[in-house]
Ligand binder design. Structure first.
Ligand SMILES: [Zn+2]
Ligand SMILES: [Zn+2]
Length: 275
């Protein structure tokens, strides 16, 4: 985990009061994440890297075969649930059911991780119904529990893949879509993976979701009072991507936090009809 995660969260809580609630909940979990030490040694990267067919656009792994440490992630997940079910949350009953499930069936949490990794919304909503918990909460907690393991993976892998030459709209490591973009100090655009956090260069005037390059159907809107942020959109596929301009800020947080601290822009993009 980035050492200064908590420091960034505290700074963002001050700077973006509109996202205070989401950031404060994440802060509680981040305190627990810090203590986890996932295993990454078992991954045989060299063989994978040799096989990586960059020119054919094959990512290193698929989402479901990412070498994450399910054991460490399950333990962390249990800690999250224990912690949250002791707070005054409206969904406390659901959390207690999750706790019971995960204690009585050791495979329950791993199955949840697999569902989330596969992005299997149907199974996720079924699981949510079983335990009376919003599937989005389950998804969020599962991803947060996997996060230290995904960070550890990224630490091992990041310097060994060519992020500048990967010209696809999906992640070179796990094949996921980007959840955010940023402009580096050089003005170059980078995309940030929604799952493993990898970042890679991508043309500024191209939609990563449908590869549209027609200027007339690509655009962005700025948000009043949110200097340094914009929402890029594509009228061809109706998707959007939030973009952080790092040239505007003296200091920025890891992208996963910038994403969390700008959820009001997602609401705005949805109101504009983008998804
Ligand atoms: Zn990825
Ligand atoms: Zn598009």
């Amino acid at each position: 985990m980035p050492e200064d995660l908590l420091k960034h969260i505290d700074r963002l809580i001050q700077q973006r009061p509109v996202c205070k609630e989401a950031l404060e909940s994440y802060r509680e979990l981040a305190g627990l994440m810090k203590k986890v030490q996932p295993e990454t040694q078992k991954i045989r990267f060299e063989e994978r890297l040799k096989d990586m067919k960059k020119d054919e656009g094959f990512p290193l792994f698929s989402r479901e075969d990412l070498p994450v440490d399910f054991h460490a992630s399950s333990q962390l997940f249990a800690q999250f649930i224990e912690h949250l079910s002791n707070t005054e949350r409206k969904d406390r009953d659901g959390l207690i059911k999750v706790l019971e499930k995960s204690k009585s069936d050791s495979g329950w949490t791993v199955n949840l991780f697999k569902t989330v990794l596969r992005k299997n919304d149907k199974t996720l909503s079924k699981t949510g119904k079983e335990v009376d918990l919003d599937p989005r909460t389950l998804n969020f907690l599962a991803l947060a529990a996997l996060s230290p393991s995904l960070h550890a993976l990224q630490d091992v892998i990041s310097d060994r893949i060519d992020k500048e030459q990967w010209n696809y709209g999906y992640c070179p490591v796990c094949g996921s879509e980007p959840d955010m973009a940023y402009f580096a100090k050089t003005g170059k655009r980078y995309l940030h993976c929604e799952l493993c956090g990898q970042e890679w260069a991508y043309p500024r005037l191209k939609c990563p979701f449908c590869q549209n390059e027609e200027h007339e159907t690509l655009g962005y809107f700025d948000v009043k009072g949110e200097e340094g942020f914009r929402v890029d959109f594509c009228r061809k596929c109706q998707r959007y991507l939030k973009t952080l301009d790092k040239r505007v800020f003296e200091e920025t947080a890891p992208m996963e936090l910038e994403n969390l601290a700008s959820i009001h822009l997602d609401v705005l993009a949805n109101e504009h009809g983008f998804k």
